[in-house]
Design a protein around this ligand. Structure first.
Ligand code: ZN
Length: 79
């Protein structure tokens, strides 16, 4: 049995399932052999996407992250 081999979309390096980062949203599948390549891709994506499309989603995400950080912080104080 041969495992499916993935190719990093940023640098072209091959990797196997369980390694690297694989993101799937519907028909979109993104393969990164490392978090470094993933962050490079998302930086490039941010440069290409119209800021009006991404600003709202990014701001909501930042708020959610802040909220979950605050919740974790509260739990630490309780514990
Ligand atoms: Zn890579």
């Amino acid at each position: 049995m041969v495992d499916e081999e993935y190719t990093c979309i940023v640098c072209g390096k091959k990797f196997y399932p369980g390694q690297g980062i694989v993101l799937q949203r519907g028909s979109l599948r993104l393969f990164f052999h490392s978090s470094k390549c993933a962050s490079k891709f998302f930086k490039m994506l941010l440069d290409r996407v119209d800021s009006s499309c991404i600003n709202n989603a990014a701001l909501v995400l930042i708020k959610d992250l802040e909220k979950s950080r605050a919740e974790r912080g509260n739990k630490k104080v309780i514990a």
